[in-house]
Design a protein around this ligand. Structure first.
Ligand SMILES: [Fe+2]
Length: 331
């Protein structure tokens, strides 16, 4: 396992973050709406101090853990049984802090058809979802995936904040940089021979009716390679044995290079969604208010992607603009 990529924020900054977020929450703010109010921002000095530590992951690393950033937010109540049951007022200070921190990294957004268009997603195990390949599953491992791999406007930075994790369920990560793929496999995986469908967490089931548009699994990036991978929802558009072999080689390499990032309450992990895939080990849900609970935020920074992706329809899934609280019209 590689040395963990971690950083810490000093206690004064963490407490100042709590004060600023609590003040905004007391004024009626919520994590889902705070960015729509241009005056609701972190105090400038605090934002500057945080920006020294809270940065996109180091090139090649694929992730960065900021230890204990939100550890001072403690009054969050029991873990809900479903994301819809989250008490948004009670969570408002943490949600606001998370959104304002995320906004320092790029443009924060949600999806109209995911978690009712909310900006702050709650990842909790839910009865009936145990075996699915979505965040609310539990007893089945969550397979490798790029977050929202089906969409050309997917996040390139994925933020997960740990509220509660009593059994120490690790988040699994693996990066394309450490996969050590053969040159031949890389050449093949640059070809747009894969389609990826929206996962089951999206409400619109009309996606399968859309004409498939081939996607590249890899693309060249300044620091390494970009990666777009979600085999649970992927279909290969070619019977070419060499391509299928390369796709399998990638899966094996990601598995072999995988590692677990332990997350404790208050930790934030920033994942480079174009460099690393993530997953989760299986666990037994308790459904008693003490289950693992993560908050998730999607961020798009100016990191370039292949021009070809602009041809994609994205299965007509629309983004929610966190700054205006409205759907983003397709470009
Ligand atoms: Fe995910």
């Amino acid at each position: 396992m590689p040395v963990l990529e971690t950083s810490d924020v000093d206690i004064e900054s963490r407490r100042a973050l709590v004060s600023a977020a609590e003040e905004l929450a007391a004024g009626g703010g919520l994590g889902d709406t705070v960015l729509a109010d241009p005056s609701a921002r972190l105090p400038r000095q605090l934002a500057e101090r945080l920006s020294r530590t809270i940065r996109p992951p180091r090139p090649g690393a694929g992730y960065q853990v900021v230890r204990g950033l939100f550890a001072e937010f403690t009054d969050l109540g029991p873990t809900p049984l479903h994301w819809r049951e989250t008490d948004r007022q009670r969570c408002a200070p943490l949600d606001i802090a998370l959104v304002l921190v995320a906004a320092q990294l790029g443009r924060v957004f949600g999806w109209t058809d995911q978690q009712d268009g909310r900006i702050v997603h709650n990842i909790v195990p839910s009865p009936g979802c145990e075996e699915l390949q979505i965040g609310s599953s539990s007893t089945t491992p969550l397979a490798w995936h790029t977050e929202d791999a089906f969409h050309p406007d997917r996040a390139d930075l994925l933020l997960l904040a740990c509220v509660r994790n009593p059994d120490g369920i690790g988040s699994r990560l693996s990066t394309v940089a450490s996969a050590g793929l053969s040159e031949r496999a890389v050449d093949l995986l640059l070809k747009p021979h894969v389609v990826i469908l929206p996962d089951d967490s999206y409400e619109d089931d009309g996606a399968a009716q859309q004409e498939p548009i081939g996607m590249s699994t890899l693309w060249p990036r300044n620091d390494s390679l970009g990666l777009r991978y979600d085999p649970s929802y992927a279909r290969l558009l070619t019977d070419d044995a060499a391509f299928r072999c390369a796709y399998e080689e990638l899966g094996q390499a990601l598995e072999e290079g995988s590692f677990v990032v332990p997350l404790s309450p208050g930790d934030l992990v920033i994942i480079d969604n174009d460099a690393a895939v993530h997953g989760r080990t299986a666990f037994e849900p308790r459904y008693d208010g003490t289950d693992r609970w993560l908050k998730r935020i999607l961020v798009r920074s100016p990191q370039p992607r292949p021009g070809r992706e602009r041809l994609e329809h994205g299965y007509e899934q629309q983004q929610v603009d966190a700054y205006h609280g409205s759907p983003v019209l397709p470009v």
